[in-house]
Design a protein around this ligand. Structure first.
Ligand SMILES: N[C@@H](CCC(=O)N[C@@H](CS)C(=O)NCC(=O)O)C(=O)O
Length: 201
């Protein structure tokens, strides 16, 4: 049994979604970032945290990579060219899409008001829009980032699309990227994750 610590409307969703895809049972403690239960296991106070086999794992991408490698699913094996492409897509999600969303969030509500720079949010929107153009190229004929195989790179990018919707960033109303995001949302494991989040809140 895995235990996830962290409020699920966050990068915690990535770990929940992957565990649902894997069909692996897990417990969720929906603690907010910087709360006592989080800081007790992760000094940075950041979420998600995964407790497994007596160990504390942090960082959503590190956790997803560990779980996918461990279960041998939703990832290509280390040392293959497909894995290198998959990792590049994951890093694209984190660097470009998440980078824009996170900088915008930090300057909207995460940082104290006196250190926020609201004007940066226009830059974030522009970067995100450019990222969607890159995504269309990476996706090619799809259906997923690495062709026919759904991987953790799709989970990271898919999570960013939901985050963008909540943050009211512009998303395509039709076309291949729109259809890709819809395809991700329609996966039974994603639907199960959303149901579990609803139940937890
Ligand atoms: N790279 C980390 C980032 C974790 C992170 O910043 N999580 C946010 C919530 S989604 C958080 O805990 N923020 C509180 C803070 O930065 O103090 C990951 O992917 O897990």
């Amino acid at each position: 049994m895995y235990k996830i610590i962290g409020h699920p409307q966050s990068r915690v969703l990535r770990v929940m979604w992957l565990l649902e895809e894997l069909g692996a049972p897990y417990e969720l403690e929906p603690a907010p970032p910087q709360s006592d239960p989080v800081r007790a296991v992760n000094p940075s106070g950041k979420i998600p945290v995964l407790l497994t086999d007596g160990a504390v794992l942090t960082d959503s991408v590190a956790i997803c990579t560990y779980l996918a490698d461990k279960h041998g699913k939703f990832t290509f094996p280390a040392g293959t060219l497909e894995r290198a492409r998959q990792d590049a897509c994951t890093q694209f999600g984190v660097d470009v899409l998440e980078g824009a969303l996170w900088t915008s969030a930090k300057n909207s509500f995460v940082h104290p008001e006196n250190v926020r720079v609201p004007a940066i949010k226009d830059v974030c929107r522009a970067e995100f829009a450019r990222g969607l153009e890159t995504l269309a190229t990476l996706l090619g004929d799809g259906p997923y980032l690495i062709g026919e195989t759904f991987t953790i790179a799709d989970i990271v990018v898919g999570h960013c699309s939901g985050w963008a919707a909540v943050a009211k960033f512009d998303l395509p109303k039709d076309g291949p990227v729109h259809d890709y995001f819809k395809r991700l949302r329609e996966r039974p494991a994603f639907q199960a994750t959303m149901a579990r989040i609803k139940e937890a809140l």
